[in-house]
Design a protein. Sequence first.
Length: 208
Amino acid sequence: MSNQPHQSSLNSRRTRPLSPRSRRLSRLLALSALALVVGVLSACGSSESGEAVEREASAGADKCDAPPAQRTSAYVASHVDWSGCDKSGATLTDANLFRANLTGANLTGATLSVANLTRANLTDAYLTGATLSAANLTRANLTGARLIEANLHAANLTGANLTGARLTGANLYRADLSSADLRGAICHGGIVWPDGTRGRAGTCPPTN
């Protein structure tokens, strides 16, 4: 007995086109699978992004918590990078901050007496009310720094760049300003000059 009719029936069922309902169901299943894959990839990307942000925040915190170097020599670079860090009110007496990066750092009210800030970058730093008496700021970059009412008594500012700095009410009594650049600095409001005289409004450096 021949099974050709039976084989023909099977072939007919195998080659029968999908009904419109089946096609819609297939498309829906394919779209669902695609959406699932996209969702998983997005979740992985978000997780990686979040981890990157956490790593950057942690690195920033570590940077700001780094202590100044041991003061073994006045000419050993401290490698301190406190750019943008909040060090307001910090006690940094006699600290070695030679060539330190303090760009935009908040040092409001900080104590930096006798600190070594030779060639330190203090561009746009906030030093309002800070104590820098007898500090070494030789060739330091203080461009645009806020030194309002800062105590710079007997500080060494030889060759320092003070262009655009705000020195309103600062105490510079007995400070060394040899070769310091004060172009565009704001010096009015009771500033005390190295010779003990008070600067006239808007005059910086003073003219006698």
